[in-house]
Design a protein around this ligand. Sequence first.
Ligand SMILES: Nc1ncnc2c1ncn2[C@@H]1O[C@H](COP(=O)(O)OP(=O)(O)O)[C@@H](O)[C@H]1O
Ligand SMILES: [Mg+2]
Length: 263
Amino acid sequence: MEEEKYRFLEHRLEGLNIREKDSSARKTMDEVFDEKTLLTLYKLMTRGVIEKLEFPISTGKEGNVFLGLDRDGGQLAVKIYRTSNATYRSLARYIEDDPRFRKVKRNRRALIKEWARKEFQNLHRYRNTSLPVPEPVAVLDNVLVMTYVSLDESPAPQLRSIGLKADILQAVFDTVADFIVRGYHEAKLVHGDLSEFNILYSDSGPVVIDVGQAVISSYAMAPIYLKRDIENIRKYFLRNGADISNPALDELVSQLKTEHLLL
Ligand SMILES: Nc1ncnc2c1ncn2[C@@H]1O[C@H](COP(=O)(O)OP(=O)(O)O)[C@@H](O)[C@H]1O
Ligand SMILES: [Mg+2]
């Protein structure tokens, strides 16, 4: 990449110490910020989507999420998918049979790019049904920009890592049950990886994240994913003392049973 672009980025990636040698985070950072990804960030910055990247909120297997700032100092969550082989392998199995992605070439970078686009589209679909997910802001190549979910001015914690009072936990269960039911009937999506890890507890209540693998309800595998989502959620809330009966969710389960979609 040209020197000028590097210098531009250097100033805007300050908090990350990505140029710092021998730091323990260095290897991860090198993997995430390969040259093409730096160029993508450069474009997002020159287009005025992101002004600055502050610090990593999360370092995952398939990507990292950073706190970013827009031009007005507003906070953003910037999810950068790693373009490694490992990411490719774990994503390919989901995308392979999704009818929306039939045409995607079996090319690593192209698939990961499609994946980020799919997460962006799924966020839109959920938002259009007023379901609680972050608002999608932009997607370019392997970088997804969305609104930042916070609790008391810090990154919102995952549901699994906070203790909630019984009445609040019960209300959270009902919101999550509604997310599953209306997600299925109205957004026509099944999340596919719904658990206490992918629900953040924010100032405005629970927010569901990590929707890249969500599939459309008519997709052949959807009932299997749906069953797994419901089981995971019920198990978590039951273990934490909530009452897991919810008329709409129970109705969805029996509907799927009568349609022999759920065994
Ligand atoms: N919009 C967001 N606002 C605040 N934190 C977020 C946001 N999106 C993701 N995170 C943080 O990053 C973590 C990983 O994001 P996630 O989308 O679940 O990716 P993955 O599990 O594939 O690494 C989340 O558990 C959460 O802590
Ligand atoms: Mg996750």
